[in-house]
Ligand binder design. Structure first.
Ligand SMILES: [Zn+2]
Length: 443
């Protein structure tokens, strides 16, 4: 298609976005053919002053691209993801689903000033074919891309529905669309060449203002919608991630929230711990981090994203702690937030660092009362409050202990069945003494 298009366009000087050349229009109207098909324009192309002027939008759209007009900058942006060579029919199907989602959303949002799109496309693949082509469809109609950071994929189990959320950051208005799985599966297997047309693809369409400032000033109203699962249970993830992006969070924190499927203070604590390690426990050449998640909470997902300490690659072990176990921590370990190792496998040497994270300080300084707010409300407030301290991990993190690994000892020796690392480190009380405390709770 591309080569033939070039032939058709030879000699044409592009372009005009709207009908800005009305004066010349009555003279020399011309036709434009793409692959032999005449393109329909609402304003005809014309020859003016020896140049052929062709409306940009109609031409690009007929080729599967999109034009976004930025009036403030007087820029016409063309986005043109071409299908991959030899694309399967499922590529075109899912791409069209993405386009339909964007069209539907834009019909509600009008012309968004600053669009952000969230979706779980690529994680949820009904019919066994990748839904990633939805991204190309969205890109074609909205000009949002992963590269620009305004098209983001939220981690979701494959068993959940496929959804899209289009959000105008400026107005706060957003549109949630959830795909009707059974309709999609029928259409996916329809005869080749049959367009989706006006098929009833969506089992749920919901339009809401989800700007944090709006929700936090009307918590009761939003809480009713959360209870009613207005976004089919994805409310917290969508609200926190969208507002995180709108508040200019760093990319690693956004990636962590996408992997975790929401932003919560627990994820932010993991990001802060990773920052702390990079500053105060940096790696030397040949070393890597090993995380002993004890007790584990949402922070582990941020640590995996920022430090790539995945359990599958032997970078993390997780040991749960119930309330009885937490009650046996020695007082100096009361805010225990994990044991971190830097280890040189070739030289079989390493060091450990036991960290504490003081959530009490965050609650106190932010004034957020976890007990007196709705769960989404307190977390969202604390999420936003913590954003201003991302470069000050020392405010919340303290060192309980540093230690050297014994010669020949590996970090994973601290996580073997039958081994209690807290006994090894002298942080465990043999006898329970004192009230139970909640470490790692309510995040
Ligand atoms: Zn969480």
């Amino acid at each position: 298609m591309r080569l033939r298009l070039v032939a058709v366009l030879m000699g044409l000087a592009l372009l005009s976005v709207g009908g800005v050349y009305a004066a010349a229009q009555q003279f020399f109207p011309v036709k434009v053919l793409v692959n032999g098909q005449e393109v329909a324009f609402d304003t005809s192309p014309v020859i003016s002053g020896g140049r052929t002027l062709v409306p940009l939008r109609a031409l690009v759209e007929v080729l599967g691209g999109a034009v976004n007009w930025h009036p403030d900058r007087r820029v016409a942006e063309v986005v043109f993801p071409a299908p991959p060579p030899g694309a399967e029919p499922s590529y075109f199907f899912w791409r069209e689903v993405g386009e339909q989602a964007a069209k539907k959303a834009l019909s509600h949002l009008g012309t968004p000033v600053d669009l952000l799109v969230l979706t779980n496309a690529g994680y949820v693949n009904p019919g066994g074919k990748s839904t990633l082509p939805c991204l190309d469809g969205i890109m074609a109609l909205t000009a949002c891309t992963e590269g620009k950071g305004n098209l983001l994929r939220v981690h979701t189990a494959d068993t959940r529905p496929l959804w899209f959320f289009f959000w105008d950051k400026k107005s706060g208005q957003g549109v949630f669309l959830e795909l009707d799985r059974s309709v999609a599966l029928q259409l996916l297997n329809r005869p080749a060449g049959q367009p989706l047309g006006q098929a009833a693809l969506w089992s749920k369409v919901a339009c809401e203002n989800i700007a944090a400032e709006h929700l936090l000033s009307h918590p009761q109203q939003w809480n009713q919608k959360v209870q009613a699962k207005i976004f089919d249970g994805f409310e917290f993830g969508i609200v926190t991630i969208a507002n995180l992006v709108a508040h200019g969070a760093p990319p690693e924190l956004i990636q962590s929230a996408l992997f975790h499927d929401h932003l919560c203070p627990g994820v932010t604590s993991g990001y802060l711990i990773a920052e702390y390690l990079k500053r105060h426990f940096p790696l030397s050449p040949g070393e890597s981090y090993y995380v002993l998640a004890l007790p584990p909470w949402c922070k582990e997902d941020a640590l995996q994203v920022v430090l790539n300490t995945t359990p599958g690659k032997g970078g993390m072990a997780v040991i749960p702690m119930n309330e009885a176990a937490k009650a046996r921590l020695k007082p100096e370990a009361k805010n225990l937030a994990g044991i971190y190792f830097r280890y040189h496998p070739a030289q079989q040497r390493g060091e450990g660092l036991v960290l504490a994270f003081d959530f009490g300080k965050a609650y106190e300084q932010s004034g957020v009362d976890m007990a007196k707010s709705f769960p989404w409300e307190s977390r969202l407030k604390l999420d936003l409050w913590l954003l201003q301290y991302l470069d000050r991990p020392e405010l919340f993190i303290t060192e309980i202990k540093r230690f050297q690994l014994a010669p020949g000892e590996a970090p994973s020796d601290y996580a073997q069945p039958g081994t209690n690392p807290l006994v090894k480190l002298g942080l465990w009380q043999q006898q329970f003494s004192g009230p139970h405390r909640a470490v790692g709770a309510r995040r």
